[in-house]
Design a protein around this ligand. Sequence first.
Ligand code: SAJ
Length: 438
Amino acid sequence: MKSDNKPDVCVVGLGYIGLPTAAVIARAGCKVLGLDVSQAVVDTINRGEIHIEEVDLDGLVQGVVSRGLLSASTAIAPADVFVIAVPTPFDKNHAPDISYVLAAGRSVAPVLKAGDVVILESTSPVGTTEQLRDLIAELRPDLKIPYGDKGGLARDTPDISIAYCPERVLPGRILEELTNNDRSIGGITPRCARKALAFYKRFVRGECVTTDARSAEMTKLVENAYRDVNIAFANELSMVADRMGLDVWEVIRLANRHPRVNILTPGPGVGGHCIAVDPWFIVHGAPDETPLIRTARGVNDHKMHHVIAKAEALLEADPHAKVACLGLAFKANIDDFRESPARFVTSRLARKFGSRIHVVEPYAAQLPIEFTDTGAVQIDIDDALETCEILIVLVDHDVFRVVPLAERADKLVYDTRGIWPDQPRVVREEAAKLALAG
Ligand code: SAJ
């Protein structure tokens, strides 16, 4: 560590979490090296630019790069703290793939020295931090490695510290939440947790709570599974309401007046790369004990197909009507289209109904690749309101939410997000009837 007592930091992986994290640590005055396998990403950051969209990130990165606090490279270098923020996808059987974490461990191991702290932030199945520790132990037999309760080395003071500290930031609010959210910090040993805690205290204003690595790993998975299960309840209610000809929004609004009831919001399904993925890590770890979590995943995935069937029924009932699908993003007011139910539904409709489908997505410069040759076109919300008779609301972007009733009162609306509670009831009932017939 340098004389100013600020650790040099290496952040491995410069994606949606790694880059904002690197920038926030640099803003706290630490010298940060960002490591990424992509030369294009590295070049972009070294120019003071960014390759992802996130509120206020451009100015922050530009500032810390120009002050010499953040630089990027494809090559590892020695540091005092290593933060690993790489993807942990799942395979086609929903089994977690931690190969990027282990690859990051292989890059870091050769430059480790006594006193260093290695922190894993990637969402990971329980036991991953210990696997990372075992890998480092194998690659660096010269270092004393922390073992917690396991192994005869427990009483030796280890040379390095290893901890797990999951991020829990919301896309669109990453910089704010990186600083203000509480953090769970799980050490391989309590000493490891304390070392990591001292590091996070440099840039986190939220409370940092220490625990063991396995509990911290599980905590992250539980947070997203909790949300998935609760959204599944809302989505299941919406399908029940369709079957019974009820307005689910009205039912939820009324039920939520109970002091201990807080039902979440139905939608066209659950998107993004966290809530739809992480519950599988728990299911994979305990397949016989997770019928609820598994079923919730199934309900949320099924909701997309329910929306497609309902939309198809509407379109087939009026074969000449032009249709506007509102939104492609996985949630409101962001430009992230990965794992998006809205995108899935719209592309299915485009494949079936071709040029009848008009896509409105203010956050997309052009339609994604799967729309090529379908005949579907992109238009703006004003054109959609002027020319389309059917509106299918798939994303609750503010720009859709503010459309006044006068401009949509005569439309046949299928609102999967409940953004227009004032839409004439007769229209909604007609839509529900058509869907049931379908
Ligand atoms: N959604 C609904 N109904 C709701 C809430 C959400 O249909 O009532 C849908 C959204 O439209 C979207 C999906 O769920 O398709 C996920 O959106 P989200 O805003 O709930 O969450 P993410 O995926 O953007 O971020 C989540 C957050 N986790 C929790 O809220 C427990 C975030 O704090 C995590 O850091 C992030 O996952 C992550 O990286 O794991």
